[in-house]
Ligand binder design. Sequence first.
Ligand code: ZN
Length: 448
Amino acid sequence: MALLQYDFKNQEIADIVNAIIVYAASNKASDIHFDPCSTGLKVRFRIDGLLQDHTIVPALYQRNLTTRIKLISGMNITETRLPQDGAIKGTINGLSLDMRVSCLVTNMGEKIVIRILDYSKSSDGLDSLGFSKRNLPKIKRMTEVPNGIILVTGATGSGKSTTTYTMLKALNNEETNIITVEDPVEMNIEGINQVQVNAEIGLTFAQVLRSILRQDPNVILIGEIRDSETAQIAVRASITGHLVFSTIHTNNSLSTIERLLDMDIERYLLSSALTGIVSQKLARKICPHCRYQRETTTYEKEIFRRTLGKDVNVIWDAAKGGCQYCRNGYSGRIAIQEVLLINDEIRDAINKNMQKEELKRVVYTKDVATMLQDGMEKVLEGITSFEEIYKIVEINDELDNICYNEEQQFEQTHAQEPVPETPTDPTTPPSPETTQPVSDETEMLTFW
Ligand SMILES: [Zn+2]
């Protein structure tokens, strides 16, 4: 993106701030960074997970611009040494926006980051989140159970809040009392009671949770399980007839179970409480307008064979440089997911404090596609690229998890249909001449 020039001499600083915010929001940026540098303030947008330069605010106007943002986000404008948090909520140029603002003083001056909260992602329902045909029914089944714990896991920025909120919204109706305890409340949802944690006055997750249980809830969302105390209350709430949602910072189902086991929770309670685990990461989607097909490398062939058991010779890839509809061949993001429904065997394993290797065997059965498998399926469908999956998934760790899976699938395949000696390749993506650039299905799996 070429750097944009604003007319600082003739335009009001308030208008320029608005223009930057509107530009960022309409380009689907998740964050706006105002970085102090030697020439002034460098403005950058994070789009599809990557930062890109937008403009430079000359040093002469830096102070004014910083003050303006602090003012509209409700910060103390005379405080220039301590970090501050603020928020901007309102309509700018017809766009309804909700933003969180953070100000941190660096050695170069005040650095501001505006996070733009986008509600539209979770308003399109579960079907729009990119769950595979195998995973979507599992998600629906999880939310139909009236009690238990559903955990959504992933790193910061993996889209786990969107997934959690979407699941919650699917349950939001007049007969259901939904209460959340969050830090911070990321999105206001009509019809749901949301409580903000406030550590400064001693209002912790654990304390709010105790009160929530006296509020006759059906469904409880705990923003994040950070400690054993919260985990214990979550477990107790779920076994006393509540459906509990929460998030946790782990990579996949296996590490989530291990993390929970490390917390001080009674195993028999945890084993009966846990309903399901959804782990996810976000991958950039390749642009359907300029994507192209190429032959797979030896390494890619091997990964396809080990993850999906298929010989894949041709895949879609992102075009370097991209086109008018994208940035460097990519546009938007899709979730790469692993969905685990807890079954009796896993409950038994948790109860018996099984060691990691054994636990792995009961978790990764043929019913569970690991994130790597889900990702490779999405590469095969031409939605994302191998490079993206390589970047976001720990391929070696995940391959290790698939081993058990592969053996079982292998046996099953043999039992049903012997593999021909010279297999034809049914998995090659259709040629560009015979397909529309955007299939309905690809279009549906968007919104990140
Ligand atoms: Zn393109």
